[in-house]
Write a protein that binds this ligand. Structure first.
Ligand SMILES: [Zn+2]
Length: 230
């Protein structure tokens, strides 16, 4: 979207806030070029970094809905859909860096995505939820979600099952912490990397599971952690 996650301060004019937000980008990149008018007309980071800041821009994505044919996935020198939807470590193996130019990487990570599986877990051990897996298989992994409803006297989802899934997601986050350590060991200083999932997830809040078509604060809630190599 051109903006990183940010606060929503009251009693502040938008223009004042955005000015500060762009200053933060200049600090992050160690440049002075970030200002609204230099991002016009695309208002989008990858093409700006590529053409104005001289970065080589790369994307490794885990989920096929992110692909270069979609409007937001533009401005990359290389764009790759990984073989597995849940293997961030495999991305690290393929990252290359040059001393001649800075590098930008977008890493879309899927371990925390439904079915919250680590890369070494066999597919036949992935959780099966009545009703959900069919959707997952036949439509798209992004259309996973729904209201918890009673169907023909049988509970569509029960909270115990959702709690187990929630624990699986936490296990996936803990696993990714270790991959992040490897990432920090790997990258040279002239590198900017965004590691992201694609949305938040519901585990029974207000009767919802998943993400899919649900307009709920949790679906838009994605943690933002920033680190800088010194
Ligand atoms: Zn998704």
């Amino acid at each position: 979207m051109g903006l990183l996650p940010h606060s929503s301060p009251p009693h502040v004019y938008a223009s004042e806030y955005y000015k500060k937000d762009f200053i933060k980008f200049n600090e992050r990149f160690g440049v002075r070029e970030f200002e609204f008018k230099s991002l016009v007309p695309q208002l989008y980071l990858p093409p700006f970094m590529r053409t104005k800041l001289g970065y080589k821009t790369h994307a490794f994505v885990s989920l096929p809905v992110l692909n270069p044919k979609t409007p937001v996935n533009v401005g990359f020198d290389s764009f790759k859909l990984m073989d597995k939807h849940n293997d961030m470590a495999a991305m690290l193996n393929e990252m290359t860096f040059s001393e001649d130019y800075p590098s930008f990487y977008l890493l879309n990570v899927g371990e925390t995505h439904y079915p919250y599986a680590l890369p070494d877990e066999p597919e036949d051990l992935w959780p099966r939820i009545s009703g959900v897996h069919g959707v997952f298989k036949h439509l798209d992994d992004h259309i996973v979600g729904g209201k918890l409803v009673e169907e023909e006297g049988e509970k569509f989802f029960d909270q115990d099952k959702l709690d187990q899934l929630y624990e699986r997601q936490i296990t996936a986050v803990k696993y990714l912490d270790k991959v992040f350590e490897k990432l920090f060991d790997l990258v040279p200083p002239n590198t900017y990397i965004t590691v992201t999932s694609d949305h938040g997830e519901l585990f029974g809040e207000e009767g919802y599971f998943g993400h899919g078509p649900i307009m709920h604060e949790k679906v838009f809630e994605v943690p933002f952690v920033e680190g800088k190599l010194r």
